[in-house]
Design a protein around this ligand. Structure first.
Ligand code: KG4
Ligand code: ZN
Length: 337
C-alpha cells in the first residue's frame, strides 16, 4: 500500500511517500521545507507568516515527494494528513490540499493526530521488532506527554505538561541567553562546551511528584532569577546551558522510568523534536536498557516535524480501514491523543 503523507501543523511544509506491507515500511521520499530561516528573525513562529508560506510551498513539496518516489498520483492508495493538534491556519493548508487530491484522484483519506505521528516515527525502520505495551515519551515544541501504547492506535495519555512543553522551555532558555532560534539545538551545542565541576543549581520541578505530569515553566523562572543575580552569566553560558538541559533530562528520565515500571511495559520509546537532543537520547537509552526495557528512538531525520511519520501513522490506520470521506476532514487544533 502506497501512502502519501502531508504535514503542515506548524512551520514545516512536508510530504512523503511510503510503501507499507505487512507492517514493514519502506520510505520512498521524505521532503521537508522548513521555515526556520523566516521565523528566526521574530524569535518564534508567526502564524500568519507560516500560513502564507504553507500555501506557497505545499504543491511544490508534494510534487517533489511524488517525483522522488517515482510515483504518479494514480499510483497512490491512500492520503494521510495531519488534522491536529497545531496552528489552525497552518493545518488547513495541508487538509484542504489533501481533500483536493483525494477528490481529483478518487482516493480514500485518513486523518492523523500529530502526536500519534511522532510516536510512529519509531516504526519507520526499528532496530528490533517492537514489543507492546510500550511507553512513549513525546517531547516537542508544543507537547510533553507520556503515552501508554497498548496496541496499534490504542493510546492512553498518563501524564503531560501542566505548563510549558520541554521544547518550549529550551526555546525560552535560549531567548533568555540570546543563543538563537529554535533554542533546543543552540542550548545543547553550548552545553557540550561545558566541562568541569558544576556550581550552578537549577530547579527540577515536580521531579518527585507521585503523578506523571511535568512542569517546566518553574525551571525557566529558576534560570531567569539565576541569570539576574549573576553579573558574570555571559561568561558562564556553557554551564547554564548544561545545567538547564540536565534539569530537563533528569525530570524526563525519572518519570519515564517510573511510569515504565508501573505499567510493566516491554518497550520505552522517545519521540518529538526534542528527541534530537543527543544527551537525552543517550542518557534515556542507558537508563531504560539498564532497567530491562527495549529502547527505541527515531532516526534523527524523523525527530522534528516531517510527513513520513504522518504517512506511517496513516498506513497503520488504513490497515484497520479507518478511512474518512474527504468531505469530513476537519482541522482540530486541540486534538488529543
Ligand atoms: O516536533 P517539533 O519539530 O515541532 C513540534 O511539534 O513542536 O519540535 C520542535 C522543538 C523545538 O522546541 C526545538 O527547540 C526542539 O524541538 N529541539 C530540540 C533539539 N532539536 C530540536 N530541543 C533540544 N535539543 C535539540 N537538539
Ligand atoms: Zn511536532
Amino acid at each position: 500500500m502506497k501512502v502519501l503523507g502531508i504535514e503542515t501543523s506548524c512551520d514545516e511544509t512536508a510530504a512523503s511517500v511510503i510503501e507499507g506491507s505487512g507492517g514493514q515500511i519502506k520510505v520512498l521520499s521524505n521532503i521537508v521545507s522548513s521555515q526556520i530561516e523566516i521565523h528566526k528573525k521574530y524569535n518564534g513562529v508567526v502564524p500568519e507568516v507560516a500560513a502564507r508560506e504553507h500555501v506557497l510551498n505545499i504543491l511544490p513539496v508534494i510534487n517533489e515527494a511524488l517525483e522522488k518516489a517515482d510515483t504518479k498520483g494514480g499510483e497512490i492508495d491512500v492520503i494521510a494528513v495531519t488534522v491536529g493538534p497545531g496552528l489552525i491556519t497552518s493545518l488547513i493548508t495541508g487538509i484542504e490540499t489533501a481533500k483536493t487530491l483525494a477528490y481529483a484522484w478518487n482516493l480514500p483519506v485518513v486523518a492523523v493526530n500529530h502526536i500519534e505521528a511522532h510516536i510512529y516515527s519509531n516504526f519507520i525502520e526499528p532496530k528490533e521488532k517492537i514489543k507492546l505495551p510500550a511507553l512513549v515519551l513525546t517531547v516537542s515544541g508544543g507537547h510533553t506527554q507520556l503515552v501508554l501504547m497498548e496496541g496499534y492506535g490504542k493510546f492512553k495519555t498518563i501524564g503531560s505538561t501542566l505548563d510549558d512543553a520541554a521544547g518550549e522551555a529550551f526555546d525560552k532558555a535560549a531567548k533568555l541567553m540570546n543563543l538563537g532560534y529554535p533554542g533546543g539545538p543552540f542550548v545543547s551545542a553550548r552545553a557540550e562546551e561545558f566541562s568541569g565541576e558544576k556550581k550552578i543549581e537549577l530547579a527540577r520541578p515536580m521531579i518527585n511528584s507521585s503523578d506523571f505530569n511535568f512542569s517546566f515553566s518553574g525551571l525557566k523562572t529558576s534560570l531567569l532569577y539565576s541569570l539576574k543575580k549573576d553579573k558574570d552569566w555571559k561568561k558562564k553560558i556553557p554551564e547554564y546551558a548544561h545545567e538547564f538541559q540536565q534539569a530537563i533530562i533528569d525530570v524526563l528520565i525519572k518519570k519515564t522510568v517510573r511510569a515504565g515500571k508501573k505499567y510493566k511495559v516491554e518497550t520505552v520509546m522517545l519521540s518529538g523534536g526534542v528527541s534530537a537532543n543527543r544527551e537525552l537520547r543517550e542518557q534515556l537509552e542507558k537508563r531504560a536498557e539498564k532497567e530491562g526495557f527495549l529502547f527505541l528512538k527515531p532516526d534523527l531525520q524523523y525527530t522534528t516535524d516531517n510527513a513520513t511519520m504522518v504517512a506511517v501513522a496513516g498506513y497503520f490506520k488504513a490497515k484497520k480501514k479507518e478511512f474518512m470521506p474527504w468531505k469530513n476532514l476537519k482541522a482540530n487544533c486541540n486534538l488529543e491523543i
